[in-house]
Design a protein around this ligand. Sequence first.
Ligand SMILES: C[S@@+](CC[C@H](N)C(=O)[O-])C[C@H]1O[C@@H](n2cnc3c(N)ncnc32)[C@H](O)[C@@H]1O
Length: 358
Amino acid sequence: MLNQAALVLAAISDGQRADLALKDYFEGRRHGSWRERREIAGAVFAYFRWWQWLDRKASRQRQLAEALALRDRFASDENAMKAETLAARAVPGWLSQEMDLPAEYLRQLQRDPALWLRARPGTRLKLAASLGDCEAGDRAPDALRYRGDRDLFQTAPFKAGAFEIQDLASQIVGITCAPKPGETWWDACAGEGGKMLHLADLMGNKGLVWATDRNLRRLETLKRRAARARLFNFRAAAWEGGASLPNKVKFDGVLVDAPCSGVGTWQRNPHARWTTTERDVRELAGVQGALLGNVCGSVKPGGRLIYSVCTLTRSETTAVAGAFASAHPEFEPVSQDFLWPQELDGNGMFIAAWRRHG
Ligand SMILES: C[S@@+](CC[C@H](N)C(=O)[O-])C[C@H]1O[C@@H](n2cnc3c(N)ncnc32)[C@H](O)[C@@H]1O
């Protein structure tokens, strides 16, 4: 297993993202059980979680073995690791300029992440009974934490569209939007549709969600997922994010689930801790502000604008929301929330909501 994980690390050191390198590796070798794949992925992620503790002169196999040993030692006595050590080694130095680093947050980053499912509205108990190994999450009505070791993509409920794999923090974005059946919404950065599918589902397949993204490949995935879920109340269209809008509709609600540094996903995706820079944060904050400014005229009077980012940096959260609020007094603040990984056992997320004056 360590040899296989070392091969994946070689692809990553050639510039690939860890999750994509794993996907390519598994697709190239169709053999191997789900359990073996999970072990390989676990070793690769442990390597990046404990990266600053490893002896970089040792072979990749030795470093992987050391990372797994560190993971197990940490799991057996988390408090033995000092918070100062974690602050110095678990995250890059620049992060402390951008956010507070409470000890419990740093500990959470070093744990294996939880796997969350979103059941179709109102079907959580039925799904839990059919999958087994599930626990209900109390922060979202359809959320289930899966603790089993089955390949969920191969299960009959998944193939029938009975659930999506969606992090708890992302589910809370949909709940904050709270679209009603028959309304018209715009998911401006819809990507592969994680949140769009949730909105369309909360609307009971009635009304319409415009789903736009600059990346057409992602929109194709969104359409396939919607077909599996038998959701038809959406329309997908390309939009580059600029001032020229893809439609002239005035919406009941607009969601800007903006591109961001992804700091809130660093527990699940520890490789990104070492590839994301302060410059990314600054540049993305500019993109986020521009996206909000471009879409806000499409919110109808009395309608809502929701801004979400899976990051916790000040530049991309309160600074973007504050600048938007100062430039747009026609929007009244409704809520502003930080979701912390250690409180949720999920991704970190920032969500701001405004209502346009009627
Ligand atoms: C955080 S992801 C969206 C995730 C998606 N909402 C979901 O829940 O699965 C941000 C998306 O914004 C898109 N994007 C990046 N830059 C953009 C821009 N300038 N204008 C519009 N979309 C952009 C990316 O292609 C990406 O799909």
